[in-house]
Design a protein around this ligand. Sequence first.
Ligand SMILES: [Zn+2]
Ligand SMILES: [Zn+2]
Length: 185
Amino acid sequence: MSTPAALDLAFACPAPDCGESVEGRLTAGTAAMTCSACQTETTLPETEALLASRPLTPCPVCGCTELYSQRDFNRKVGLLIVAIGCVLGPWTNWISVVVAILIDFALWMTVPQVAICYSCNAQFRRFAKDRRPGDFDIAVHDVYKFGRRFAPRRERAVAGPKVLHELWTGGPKPGPGSGPLPPLP
Ligand SMILES: [Zn+2]
Ligand SMILES: [Zn+2]
């Protein structure tokens, strides 16, 4: 047998009014992760299914079976490199601009992939290339964003990050002081 599968997982703590980033290594024995900010434990029941899957699915945080992948490239770093190339341009006969663009391209080609859950935006890193989910699909993104499809544990996809609260109700944002969110059906 090869070495046991493992992944790096990062997700927003689903505890109400928290939403802090929870990160850790996901191995076959990982049943839960604890938020360092509020100490809430998030169970991860599909860990073993995820680690055995190809391509990666489902998300062990919310149970969503739809994930996408993209290059784990920090666009700000890319822009900074090009900006430096441009600033140095007048003294390098603009060769620095070409070099900066080439460095950018090389970085983009070599950075690893990150897999992301459509429903809760959990991020998965350090997996083999042949396990990467498909590219981002705006149509799939929208059915989750506009509340036409839900993950099995949708409260985890919307309860933590406050900006996503509107997804829970499937309607307009609750106004300030509107009380707790309604229970799931
Ligand atoms: Zn928390
Ligand atoms: Zn998820």
